[in-house]
Design a protein around this ligand. Sequence first.
Ligand code: G6P
Length: 372
Amino acid sequence: SAAEKGGYDYFMLKEIAEQPKAVADTLLGRIDASGLLTLDEVRIPASVLREVDKVVIVACGTAYHAGMIAKLAIEHWTRIPCETELASEFRYRDPILDQRTLVIAISQSGETMDTLMALRHAREQGARVLAVCNTNGSTIPRESDAVLYTHAGPEVAVASTKAFLTQLVACYLVALYLGQVRGTKWGDEIEAVIRELSDIAAAVDRVLETMEPVRALARSLADKDTVLFLGRHVGYPVALEGALKLKELAYMHAEGFAAGELKHGPIALIEEDLPVVVVVPSPRGRSVLHDKIVSNIQEIRARGARTIVIAEEGDEAVVPYADHLIRIPATPTLLQPLVATVPLQVFACELATARGNEVDQPRNLAKSVTVE
Ligand code: G6P
């Protein structure tokens, strides 16, 4: 009913709007005043976490994209080797696991069959499994050694939005906690990240307030067949997530690419007026990547693409090459997906509406896939 949707036309719109609160709720009580993480609910003894020599993340769909970003955070902050794999691939390939492997299973519903099978397989090999899950008492957390719940609240729309942002937050917390427990040298960067995490809900809110041009842009593209998405580092999974949302909701051909691969194939697809969304890394910090992406934007625009550029506030270098510019607040590099994904959710939702599609219940999809 309309009341259940909180006055919004679709659950998805309501859930997009709830993201600042979902993010804040997932952080609540987990960082103390001195910036230390208190994840006592993660009932894997510190002695075990100190011995972990490999992290493997398994998930499906949108949760897999959260896992791809989590890998970058875990390796950067803890220096523990980490790989992220689609649960459906992992379980059938004889992966190498032992008691020193920490497996993180990410799932909104906690009922996805492929993810469940992957974690069962991991536990049989002696690995510890930590679930990152949004549904209390669901199967995946029940069968795991420990669980860190995301506090997104119930997610009804099939296409995941607020659950994704909270999965990212939970994964950042796990990465920082691993570093804390293991005594990883706590540099200035980590302190800044923890401070910025506490402000991130406000940043997401700011993005939501500036979405009208994104909606107008989406409507103007309603009769397109294809949209491409490019990104690099954390922007690559964001590009994949933007493309997934567009497939799920708008039933359009949408593909995400690692921007560095452009010249290895995708650039052949660029033609006059093709919309290409580019997620631009911060010009601060890893500025090398920023400059490389700016050249990618120049290259595709020279070939006639219509460039839709998502870039940090104050990044002037992109301005000459952006047909459409979507601004996001500056964040530490690894946290950028929390703000960069939001315009892509709004974009897909509005395109679906413009194409007359059912937003909350896309054809052929299920909220939770409990079969193989
Ligand atoms: C389905 C949903 C996706 C979701 C995926 C994984 O495909 O349509 O939105 O990302 O399952 O679901 P989970 O509940 O495990 O996060």
